[in-house]
Design a protein around this ligand. Structure first.
Ligand code: ATP
Length: 247
């Protein structure tokens, strides 16, 4: 990392306690409890429909919690709207939607930085992204729709990181990408987290890739936590892998 760009270490602790969420009264998440230490990378795993997206949306305030608490760095997020949670440092990279196709790479990054940084600080924040993600620097005048799938995900990551989040939540970033591109994306994510001490919750169906960079994994089944363990233990647990992770 260049010494010119000052990057803060600012991952926060996340505690999810008894979270229950549903759509139209039908519960999808039931009494979900887990915690992330500052700087930890945790894979959120589970089959189709297990509730991963719902959990990320609940953290970001996009679906209301029927019960339970969400605490980031000692601050209760309950009752806060999506914008207020973003200001507290919650960044959600939703599945396949977080790049504006008509805007250039540079404009996308500036948009991500807009509400968080002004003037020279904004320039430094955007420059920091180009130092972290060199392929984006080479594509800074290309429009979002001209990027490859891997470049688009990298830009989505840059757009989230440029706002200096405390918690980065990603929904299936590997979806639709070729295996080599996924491997590169995962190592980029791990590296970005390590550089910033960033806390990351990574929802993935690509279990092997997610566990390859995660410290721990939390496994959901039908909206309930069925395992919460170090990544290496989950990868080695044949019974659990067959029952809930499909490999
Ligand atoms: P996938 O990997 O397929 O996205 P997931 O683990 O992210 O699955 P969710 O998308 O959170 O799971 O879905 C959990 C359950 O909630 C599913 O049964 C799904 O049908 C239901 N669900 C999701 N979104 C809605 C919605 N907007 N309205 C009603 N039910 C929904």
């Amino acid at each position: 990392m260049s010494a010119r760009v000052a990057v803060r270490t600012r991952g926060g602790a996340l505690t999810v306690d008894g979270l229950t969420v549903g759509y139209g009264g039908a519960p999808v998440l039931h009494d979900v409890c887990f915690a992330l230490a500052p700087g930890e990378v945790v894979a959120l795993l589970g089959a189709n429909g297990a509730g991963k997206t719902t959990l990320l949306r609940a953290l970001a305030g996009l679906v209301p919690a029927a019960a339970g608490g969400i605490d980031l760095d000692g601050r209760d997020l309950r009752g806060l709207r999506t914008e207020a949670r973003a200001r507290r440092g919650v960044a959600l990279v939703p599945e396949g939607q977080s790049v504006v196709a008509e805007l250039t790479v540079d404009e996308n990054l500036r948009l991500g930085a807009l509400w968080r940084h002004r003037g020279a600080a904004r320039e430094r924040a955007v420059a920091g992204m180009y130092e972290m993600f060199e392929p984006l620097a080479r594509r800074r005048t290309s429009a979002g729709h001209q990027l490859s799938g891997g470049e688009r995900q990298m830009l989505a990551l840059g757009r989230a990181l440029v706002a200096d989040p405390v918690l980065l939540a990603l929904d299936e970033p590997s979806l639709g990408l070729a295996p080599l591109v996924v491997a590169h994306l995962m190592s980029t994510l791990r590296d970005a987290s390590a550089r910033r001490g960033l806390t990351v919750l990574l929802a993935e169906q690509n279990v092997t890739s997610a566990l390859s960079i995660a410290d721990r994994g939390v496994v959901l089944d039908l909206g309930r936590v069925v395992a919460d363990a170090p990544a290496a233990d989950l990868a080695a647990d044949d019974t659990l892998r067959h029952a809930y992770l499909g490999f």
